[in-house]
Design a binder for this molecule. Structure first.
Ligand code: BGC
Length: 853
């Protein structure tokens, strides 16, 4: 039912009826909001030599007079001049055991303290050899076809490339949390929930299961993970990603990709880069300085490359006044040169802005047409014309096709890969239910749902619940949605029940959805507890009356957001405010006024302002349940009853006031404006800003309670010496203050990322129940270095029985200790003493030490 609307959505603004009188959803095509037009070959040249990318390293070797085709349009800015070299596969000799030569299908096992750095270069090299052989006999048109999608709705997947001789073409499919637009799939907890676990093993396991489901449906390329930063608390798509810290996001991206690709599917690191708000996403320039770009926004993408990611998706926005998919600096220089990325860069859907984007580093245009249904393409015939008239070199076209075909070989998709068994555009096509890929993945969903839940408050030890005589559940967020789990296309409407994912392309269709109401009823049967409920958010008097005399009152509230092509209740993707929906604050206060054991459960896409009730003496507990996927109700029940001792930690700061955050949405602008979003806070995003400005948050980054307590002791730090390692001259250079050389793969060089120091300590469980702790390592540099006061550079998870002590180890690489030197354009060890803290959050330090000089 819901998906029947999909094709209508693309025709223009469309209103989906909300179930609540207070809300409505407006949907428009993401592509049609891109007011760009194109003409095919004509004789005038439009390009000029401007690059506003602040530190572009490129120089011109380009003659504007040779153009035979043109791209014009109100938003097509002059494109940069480009140099181009097809980047060779790095040829560092693998050095086992630290650097095992790794096939993406068989990554090293997850470790809470990674000691190996997988080397994918040999696997890429083998794949390149095969790809070059395959394309060697192909015509220009055939090579162009590898790079050009078959247009929107031209195939059954959201993106499709055509078959060419023995190469079957590709099926590209959303989303970061499951297989979109089909049946009999799992709805995994969202990225933000996975990040809240701070647990590498669980994040990897989620990735593996997502990879397996994609492979099972015949998807070649999964369009995730999403790794934009939660720079702005209201950012509509933050929930798809991994929070507001680059290290946490990077590690989550790394484990997710290792997992997904071991499941068989090509992973896509998106949206590259600086796509941190939804408002006017095709019409803003994120203006970011070079150091901030390297240390904050590019870090998760760098880790994606180190995980051997197959594909990267460039984003809709501009970076320093050049469109992301047309950006020589970020595509060629940063991604392909500096990170040594061997796979291919695909555009976000209709984010390609020019045929010459191919020279800036774009390898594939998706879904192929300039705007959905336009019938024109910047690649296709235009790319063929540009190659035939030597505007774009044959060498570059070969490189594009090679990268794409190589990724297919690299992932062994030439070996018995399943057929595509989904149809994104026809929910009634029986092919959608031909293959059931769910397996036992509900178990990992439930576990991550619990492990990704953060206990923020627990007064008088009211949690875990112990066979209460009576419970009352208040709020629609406790309930099943009134018209089934998929009541809106792409989940794009005001939720009438539990919020278990946000809205937009980052969703899938629920096969089933367990609400808290169902899960708690099951448990109540065992405990013989009386259960009452009131799911009406709007009648505050009734809510207050219904909780009188109950042993426990649990209020469920939520806050939703999503992708900007759908507007829900006035929220055009981004959230309009940081307040719980459906007057959640008033509902909590109405309950707390009548019941002195009021427990609040939130399902929120991001931070909320909790001040109206957080200190209310009757609000005894706060359970931050994030977005749990199809087992959301079971997961929150596991936390409430102590089946899972809470170990989740906040992946962002919860502030006391929205204005305490360092960055806000940039709104307004006319239809033709390009907004400037200046990342003036630089390195000081999220907790880094609160620390620097001495602002007290309500709950700090990294915070979360447990049903037990932990004590830290016995800190030691030792240098890790490479046994027999060839790159010692680079290591010595670094130790003496030298920057990493300007070279291909310089930032992902294995020597830079191998363990350099090992920090060890003990964690003792000083409480009475078994539990998991998340020790975190924050570095502190001398003030002259210009780093924020504390920066996360390590974390691990450890589970300890009551009274027991567990040894813990966290390693640091030379990369972890380095800062980006904008003058030397390399990573360098900063001057001065580097000290560090081991803590239970970004503000709860338990041990401190110094990195040996
Ligand atoms: C989104 C991408 C998504 C693509 C295909 C775009 O609008 O930004 O994240 O993968 O559509 O659905």
């Amino acid at each position: 039912m819901a998906r029947r609307l999909l094709s209508l959505l693309l025709l223009g603004p469309y209103v989906v009826a909300g179930s609540s009188s207070s809300a409505s959803a407006t949907v428009s095509s993401s592509a049609s909001s891109t007011p760009v037009t194109s003409s095919a070959a004509s004789s005038s040249a439009t390009s000029s030599a401007t690059s506003s990318s602040a530190s572009s390293a490129s120089t011109s070797s380009y003659s504007a007079t040779s153009y035979l085709a043109t791209e014009t349009g109100p938003l097509t800015l002059p494109i940069s001049e480009y140099t181009f070299s097809p980047y060779p596969t790095p040829s560092l000799a693998p050095d086992p055991p630290v650097f095992p030569a790794t096939d993406p299908l068989y990554p090293p096992p997850v470790s809470p303290d990674p000691m190996v750095v997988p080397d994918f270069a040999p696997a890429w090299a083998a794949a390149y050899t095969k790809a070059k052989a395959m394309i060697s006999g192909w015509t220009i048109e055939q090579k162009v076809n590898v790079s050009t999608g078959v247009f929107w709705e031209g195939g059954v997947c959201v993106g499709n490339t055509p078959p060419i001789e023995d190469y079957p073409g590709l099926c590209l499919q959303d989303s970061p949390l499951g297989v979109r637009d089909t049946d009999l799939v799992t709805s995994f907890p969202a990225g933000i929930t996975a990040a809240s676990t701070w647990n590498r093993a669980l994040i990897r396991a989620r990735g593996v299961a997502i990879g397996e489901e994609n492979r099972g449906k015949g998807v070649n390329v999964a369009l995730g993970p999403m790794m934009n930063m939660g720079r702005v608390a209201q950012g509509g798509r933050n929930w798809e990603g991994f929070g507001a810290d680059p290290y946490l996001s990077g590690e989550a991206a790394y484990e997710t990709i290792l997992g997904m690709q071991s499941g068989g599917v090509q992973a896509t690191a998106k949206h590259y880069i600086n796509n941190e708000q939804e408002w006017k996403r095709t019409q803003y320039s994120s203006n970011v300085d070079d150091r901030t770009e390297h240390e904050i926004y590019a870090q998760p993408f760098m880790r994606a490359v180190m995980a051997g990611v197959s594909s990267v998706m460039c984003s809709y926005n501009l970076i320093n006044d050049t469109y992301a998919c047309n950006n020589n600096k970020t595509l060629n220089d940063l991604m392909k040169r500096e990170f040594g990325f061997q796979g291919y860069i695909q555009s976000d859907w209709s984010a390609t802005m020019a045929t010459l984007s191919a020279v800036a580093g774009l390898d594939m245009t998706m879904p192929g047409d300039i705007t959905f249904g336009s019938g024109t393409s910047y690649f296709g015939g235009n790319l063929t014309a540009f190659v035939m008239n030597d505007t774009i070199s044959m060498e570059r076209l070969d490189d594009m096709a090679t990268r794409i075909v190589a990724a297919w070989y690299y992932m062994h998709q030439d070996e018995n890969y399943p057929n595509v068994t989904l149809n994104s555009f026809n929910p009634y096509d029986p092919i959608n239910s031909e293959v059931n890929v769910q397996s036992n993945h509900y178990e990992i969903v439930r576990e991550i749902g619990a492990a990704g839940t953060v206990l923020l408050k627990n007064e008088r030890g009211v949690l875990p619940l112990d066979k209460p005589k009576s419970i009352v559940l208040v709020g629609s967020d406790a309930a099943p949605p009134t018209s089934g789990p998929n009541e809106y296309t792409d989940q794009g409407g005001d939720p009438s029940g539990i919020l278990a994912m946000g809205w937009g392309s980052g969703t899938d269709n629920f096969t089933y959805l367990i609400s808290p109401y169902e899960a708690i009823q099951q448990r109540a049967r065992l405990d013989q507890t009386s259960v009452f409920w009131n799911f009406d958010d709007w009648n505050l008097d009734a809510a207050g009356n219904d909780v009188i005399g109950m042993e426990v009152a649990i209020v469920f509230v939520n806050s939703d957001s999503g992708e900007g092509y759908i507007t829900v209740d006035g929220n055009a993707g981004d959230r309009q405010n940081l307040t719980a929906w459906h007057q959640g604050d008033e509902l909590i206060l109405a309950v707390a006024a009548q019941n002195n054991n009021t427990i609040v459960v939130t399902n929120s896409v991001g931070p909320l302002i909790l001040e109206p009730w957080v200190e209310h003496p009757n609000v005894t507990a706060i359970v931050w349940a994030n977005l749990g996927g199809n087992e959301a109700g079971n997961a929150v029940m596991d936390i409430l009853y102590g089946n899972w001792n809470p170990s989740g930690r906040l992946p962002y700061t919860i502030a006391k006031s929205p204005m305490d955050y360092p960055a806000q949405l940039v709104l307004g602008g006319t239809a033709a404006d390009i907004l400037s979003i200046n990342y003036t806070e630089g390195l000081y995003i999220d907790y880094r800003w609160f620390d620097y400005m001495n602002i007290t948050p309500r709950y700090e980054f990294g915070f979360g309670l447990s049903y037990t307590t932990f004590e830290y002791s016995n800190l030691a730090v030792t240098e890790v010496y490479p046994a027999d390692y060839a790159q010692t001259s680079l290591i010595d250079n670094w130790a003496n203050g030298g920057a990493t050389p300007i070279a291909e793969g310089s930032t992902t060089a294995l020597w830079l990322h191998m363990p350099a120091y090992q920090v060890t300590f003990n964690v003792k469980n000083t409480g009475s129940v078994y539990g998991g702790e998340i020790p975190q390592l924050y570095l502190h540099h001398d003030a002259s270095v210009g780093e924020p006061p504390s920066v996360l550079k390590g974390f691990t998870n450890v589970e300890v029985a009551p009274g027991q002590t567990a040894p813990v180890s966290i390693t640091l690489s030379r990369y972890d200790l380095s800062v980006w030197d904008v003058v030397r354009q390399g990573w360098a060890k900063p001057e001065g003493t580097i000290s560090f803290s081991i803590g239970a959050s970004s503000r709860d330090f338990r041990l401190t030490g110094t990195i040996p000089a």
